[in-house]
Design a protein around this ligand. Structure first.
Ligand code: SAH
Ligand code: F3S
Length: 448
């Protein structure tokens, strides 16, 4: 039977986690799984072992921007050509595009064998077997239930770090966003389940857990709020660092900030999407806060946790964004001085509230604003990072540098990447490193 599975993951960390669960389940069922596009070199192994040929290709897809979808359409076309040469090739889709487009894709792409919803991952091995036996198109897309699987077989990329989803879906209605449609309403895992999964991971050698959710701050684990959950998790012996993503500014409360300030185990980084610096646009996006309110919260957080690193998401060219609105966003980047920012060009998502608004900023202007903001942000980051040179940080050591085995790769509490030399293995432990040099956005350092 055909046994080599290649999984390609698009989109957010929730998809990364789902791919790891899928891979674990398939390996348990006797398949050999390779992730495409990571740094593990496994893709290379696949090339070597199987002359570049996978028997089964799964794409875990993202619908958040049309760019992400276009890459999957393109890849499906290429796989269709490959399937003409190799009719046994099995092609499957997982993730948000399955939820969004559903079975109608089978007609548009006859080469597609499998569509599996985000709540059905457990059934993956059985569905693949069904396709192998019957050679028919198969779909399983459940509408209700939770799309989070905790599994001891999950194929993690690191022995020391694990993703841990605690909630999924979103009840906010940001007008540009398709996530409420593809991932549904907010559902939280119980605090008991989260804590026992975290303990299991720690027993398995994990030292650092990143909690995942479309909006983790809305976590509601049966009378346990998100800050309370953080407190419970911090008590687990052997868990050394705890991070989380993503937060909505409205739910980033004083209670959360106090919890970060109180618990040294919580990583000193908060990802807090701002989207726009213009109140008019924020209102049109239904972000539920003004720029002033956002800024006040950041100031309070910086007061409580002076070494916090704050990162953000920005959308340029949203419907109605005038030059004045755009300038407000640019000013916001200069004023807040984020430690990192993802800057996206607005793309209309079908069925979202904003799809009824005109997409009235031209591609040229979107591209120009995007490039200009990237430049502003790079400059801010360079200045901020340069100020860290000469300082010593506690660095969590994640891996060896595959290109130089003398070097280790680690991350500071602020989630900044550092390369440094070491005679010891250090993997999975914290060491003190003085930052000595900066290349692009990566630091070099010396162990002290
Ligand atoms: N809270 C979610 C946000 C998901 S989308 C999370 O889990 O991260 C991630 C980012 O994509 C958003 O913050 C927004 O900046 C961007 N984005 C969402 N919809 C978009 C659209 N239609 N066009 C451009 N960017 C978009
Ligand atoms: Fe999307 Fe807004 Fe929720 S960006 S995921 S609707 S908080």
């Amino acid at each position: 039977m055909s046994k080599n599975v290649l999984i390609r993951t698009f989109g957010c960390q929730m998809n990364v986690y789902d791919s790891q669960v899928a891979a674990g389940l398939l390996e348990k069922a006797g398949y050999q799984v390779f992730f495409e596009g990571d740094n593990s070199g496994e893709e290379e192994n696949l090339e070597k072992n199987n002359s570049g040929k996978a028997d089964i290709v799964l794409m875990n897809t993202c619908s958040v921007r049309d760019h992400a979808e276009n890459r999957v359409w393109g890849r499906l076309g290429m796989l269709g050509i490959e399937k003409k040469k190799n009719p046994d090739l099995i092609i499957g889709l997982m993730g948000c595009m399955v939820e969004e487009h559903r079975e109608k894709l089978f007609k548009r792409f006859p080469q597609l064998d499998l569509m599996i919803g985000t709540r059905n991952i457990k059934e993956l091995p059985q569905l693949i077997r069904q396709i192998q036996e019957k050679r028919q198109q198969v779909s399983r897309i459940k509408q209700d239930g939770v799309s989070i699987e905790y599994s001891e077989f999950t194929k993690r990329e690191s022995g020391f770090h694990a993703w841990l989803p605690i909630m999924t879906g979103c009840d906010k209605v940001c007008t540009f966003c398709i996530v409420p449609k593809t991932r549904g309403h907010e559902v939280s895992m119980s605090a008991r389940d989260v804590c026992s999964e975290a303990k299991r991971l720690v027993e398995d050698g994990v030292k650092w857990i990143t909690l995942l959710g479309q909006n983790v701050n809305s976590y509601d684990g049966g009378h346990v709020s998100f800050p309370q959950l953080l407190g419970q998790l911090c008590e687990i012996d052997g868990l050394e660092r705890l991070s989380f993503t993503t937060s909505h500014p409205q739910d980033a409360t004083e209670e959360l900030f106090q919890s970060i300030a109180r618990n040294p185990k919580i990583g000193r980084r908060l990802h807090l999407p701002l989207q726009s610096g213009s109140d008019k646009i924020l209102k049109r996006m239904k972000r539920l806060h003004t720029y002033g309110e956002y800024k006040t919260r950041i100031e309070r957080l910086r007061e409580l946790v002076p070494d916090i690193s704050i990162t953000t998401d920005i959308i340029v060219g949203f419907s109605g964004e005038s030059d004045e609105d755009y300038q407000a966003t640019k000013r916001a980047l200069e004023e807040i001085r984020f430690d990192g920012a993802f800057i996206y060009k607005y793309s209309v998502r079908p069925g979202t509230p904003a799809s009824n608004l005109p997409d009235d900023v031209s591609q040229t202007i979107k591209a120009h604003r995007n490039n200009e903001l990237l430049k502003v942000q790079r400059q801010v980051m360079r200045e901020k990072n340069e100020m860290l040179l000469g300082k010593t940080f506690s660095v969590f050591v994640e891996s060896l540098n595959p290109e130089n085995p003398k070097e280790r790769i680690g991350r500071t509490d602020q989630d900044k990447r550092v390369y440094f030399e070491s005679k010891e293995a250090d993997l999975g432990s914290f060491v003190k490193v003085r930052l000595t040099d900066l290349r692009h956005e990566t630091f070099r350092g010396e162990k002290v």
